[in-house]
Design a protein around this ligand. Structure first.
Ligand code: HEM
Length: 107
């Protein structure tokens, strides 16, 4: 749905200070997010994750829609100890839109 992707691009403004996507995306304050959908947590090359996020990955957390929704609505609620300093998205439609947007960036 192109409208949903467009809406997601707008919501992604809230993430951009820390996360990049697209051809020249690099890690910054946060890991670059190309290919993040359905990827195991804490597996982007060269990014220094918190112990909490590494543990989530080891325990099998995959960034599918369900887990991403829980994390983006409450980062510190879903991964206790994460170093992502982001209050969370309060609107479910923003989460749906951002997942649609991120899905357009493959590896
Ligand atoms: C981690 C998404 C906003 C900093 C992550 C991860 C995702 C994500 C999916 C897990 C990555 C992985 O496991 O490889 C988003 C989205 C945002 C957002 C969609 C906006 C809605 C932010 C902001 C910051 C930030 C504003 C900085 C102030 C980080 C950091 C991590 C992270 C430092 C690593 C966490 C850790 O190791 O515990 N983010 N993020 N993020 N994000 Fe964000």
């Amino acid at each position: 749905d192109p409208e949903l992707i467009k809406a997601g691009e707008k919501v992604f403004r809230k993430c951009k200070a820390c996360h990049k996507v697209g051809d020249s995306a690099k890690n910054g304050v946060g890991p670059m997010l190309n290919g993040i959908i359905d990827r195991p947590a804490a597996t982007v090359d060269g990014f220094s994750y918190s112990g909490a996020m590494k543990k989530a990955g080891e325990e099998g957390v995959i960034w599918n829609a369900e887990n991403l929704t829980a994390y983006l609505e409450s980062p510190k609620g879903f991964v206790k100890g994460t170093k992502m300093s982001f209050a969370g998205l309060r609107k479910e439609k923003d989460v749906t839109a951002i997942i649609a947007y991120l899905s357009t960036f493959a590896e």
